[in-house]
Design a protein around this ligand. Sequence first.
Ligand code: ZN
Length: 353
Amino acid sequence: MDHPRGGVHYPRSVGEFQAWFPSDADCLDYLEWLRWPAGFVCPDCGHGGGWRLGDDRFRCRGCGERRSVTAGTIFDRTRTPLKVWFTACWLLATGKDGISALSLKRVLEIGSYQTAWAMLHRLRSVLVRPGRERLAGTVEVDETYISGAEPELRGGRAMGTKVLTGIAVEVREPKGFGRCRMAPLVDASGTSLHGFVTDHVEPGATVITDGWQGYHGLAKLGYVHDRRSQRAARARGDDAGELLPAVHHVASLAKRWLLGTHQGSVDDAHLTSYLNEFVFRFNRRRSRSRGMVFYRLLELAVAHDPVRYHELIVSRRPRAVPPVPPLRRGHPTSLERPPANRPWRMSQASPSG
Ligand SMILES: [Zn+2]
């Protein structure tokens, strides 16, 4: 939906959130409406229309297959109650700094750290919308070393090697920043940097970089290349570190977030997904409502293929302990019932087809 409205399509406050989703069934209704706003469409054969069965599944009118609302989404075959998922989504989307796996485990009284960790990683994996627009206008580009792990916290072990990361930030006139992108780089060669720029910046944009040779040739790729020489800045008596203020601002926010909210516990193998979360929240920092960000997150989650646990284990040391189902407790009772005129409640009232 292009223009979802607060209080109608998404909750505007934590009070509304609690009132709208007192049970797993309410969460399921909402997911059904998000996934099939115009009624059931079969994920197998693409046929529209079907019957809702007693067990919350649909039977397709075309091929006869039975499909649940969550099948083929990020919530596929989850053993975690949807209420817990929704609260995790709310905290991830509406918290100024999101939430760490450790805090999520405590707040929701989830049985194991691994379950909380895997939930947040499944949610992070949906944040990059397929076909999203590249940055445009005037864009600062630079590369910097980022580490999610703080070496001192790791007892001096060889964790926390730093990852070279490309950063691109839109610069607004007369001042201020637009959207940003961050992604790990193989190295600082021209091939890597040109790839980063073409992946994340729309041709025709003005790209501001420092004098590093890896950025040579951007003009041939269709960009207006504005090179700022550190040597020239020093010769003018300017601060060479302030040539690219936007990327330095965003880099320091990201580093502070990794070491603050996540206490430097991010291993480098998962750094990309944390950077995606940082970028997702940064680019929506001026959303009219935090509830809108929650809505966008769930919209992406129901449109995303399932992510299996083994796909999340990208580090070299797989976890031996499987996820444990969380305890079914820990939610405050809501103060008010949700109004009956929500769009997904109307779709529920009349079986589609
Ligand atoms: Zn079908």
